[in-house]
Design a binder for this molecule. Structure first.
Ligand code: AMP
Ligand code: TRP
Length: 334
């Protein structure tokens, strides 16, 4: 098993990122056997599709690296790096540009969403983003790629590119990757609106729990979270039509490795006045050790950079045979 996944280093990590993505990575890492390996990287080369100043981009990469380590990614067991330190990503992406079809990219819903109405004004990078993502995955012969539902289409594109390349050049250079999409795909919603995703771009800080929030801030945010006046129902069915209640019960269930049904059974008949402090406590206990580790890691840029350097050296070595085979299959002599 070769597990690989990437995350854009966009700053301001929140509970949604942790429960929706990072926690799944940590689990996969912790379940690995001796012949398997995990590659986790910061997609900083993808992040050029959003304009950012130099200093901020540097900070974002270190923030995300620290957050991953603080959340349990162990750089000695997993290969942890940022794309920019491994030029093979950009190189393979260029080679794959010969294989990917404009028609395929035109169907990508993430491009349509992100480009919005002004397609002509979108960067070329945003359009070919999924080709770089395919290179990320195919370089390492990844078999399992843990991602959110929204990345399923990009994974299918990676398979199409791999298949076409192998067929066109009559080789077997690339392995077809499979997406791993968690069953109870944790989708954490805003604390102010149960129908909107918890997001770093929400102008209200009260809408999200940041990985850097102190204990009392977490408690205040949970206590002020929007709810309804009804008590908690006996089963999760009774949460229908109550998006805020559904979200809070869902967060409790996810954090306690339980189910919404079991959480409802535990709190049935109680109001949010009783439920919220319990949820706040659970959040505080879960996030405190991560925050403390994060703050400590963030005091030492050189140590963080050394972690990424070491990971990049391992990644480059793992990528080299595939990159060489791709150049060779195309008759490009390096
Ligand atoms: P973003 O910074 O929005 O690109 O998200 C980075 C990762 O966190 C992606 O894998 C997202 O699927 C995940 N993520 C972001 N927001 C949420 C959320 N509210 N609930 C669950 N997962 C999320
Ligand atoms: N596009 C992914 C996202 O927005 C991030 C990503 C980049 C990725 N390269 C990847 C995910 C390779 C999995 C594999 O979440």
């Amino acid at each position: 098993m070769r597990v690989l996944s990437g995350i854009q280093p966009t700053g301001n990590l929140h509970l949604g990122n942790y429960l929706g993505a990072i926690r799944n990575w940590v689990r996969m890492q912790d379940e690995m056997d001796a012949d398997s390996q995990c590659f986790f990287f910061l997609a900083d080369m993808h992040s050029i599709t959003v304009h950012e100043g130099r200093e901020q981009r540097i900070r974002n990469v270190r923030d995300m690296a620290a957050a991953l380590v603080a959340s349990g990614i162990d750089p000695d067991r997993s290969v942890l790096f940022n794309q920019a330190r491994v030029p093979a990503h950009a190189e393979l992406a260029w080679l794959l540009n010969g294989t990917a079809r404009i028609g395929w990219l035109n169907r990508m819903t993430q491009f349509k969403d992100k480009a919005g109405k002004d397609r002509e004004g979108a960067s070329v990078g945003l359009f070919v983003y999924p080709v770089l993502q395919a290179a990320d995955i195919l370089l390492y012969q990844a078999t399992h790629v843990p991602v959110g539902e929204d990345q399923k289409q990009h994974l299918e594109l990676s398979r199409d590119i791999a298949t076409k390349f192998n067929t066109d050049f009559g080789v077997d250079v690339f392995t077809l990757p499979a997406p791993i999409i968690p069953k109870e795909s944790a989708r954490i919603m805003s604390l102010r609106d149960g129908t909107a995703k918890m997001s770093k771009s929400d102008p209200s800080d009260m809408s999200r729990i940041n990985l850097t929030d102190e204990d009392d801030a977490i408690m205040t945010k949970v206590k002020k979270a929007k709810t309804d006046p009804e008590p908690l129902p006996e089963t999760a069915e009774g949460l229908a039509g109550r998006p805020e209640a559904t979200n809070l019960v869902g967060i409790y269930a996810t954090l306690s490795n339980s189910t919404p049904d079991a959480v409802c059974a535990q709190f049935a008949g109680k109001g949010f006045g009783a439920f919220k402090p319990a949820l706040g406590e659970l959040l505080v206990e879960t996030l405190r050790p991560m925050r403390e580790r994060f703050v400590e890691l963030r005091t030492d840029d050189a140590a963080l950079d050394a972690i990424l350097d070491k990971g990049a050296a391992k990644a480059a070595a793992a990528a080299e045979p595939t990159l060489r085979a791709a150049y060779d299959a195309m008759g490009l002599m390096r």
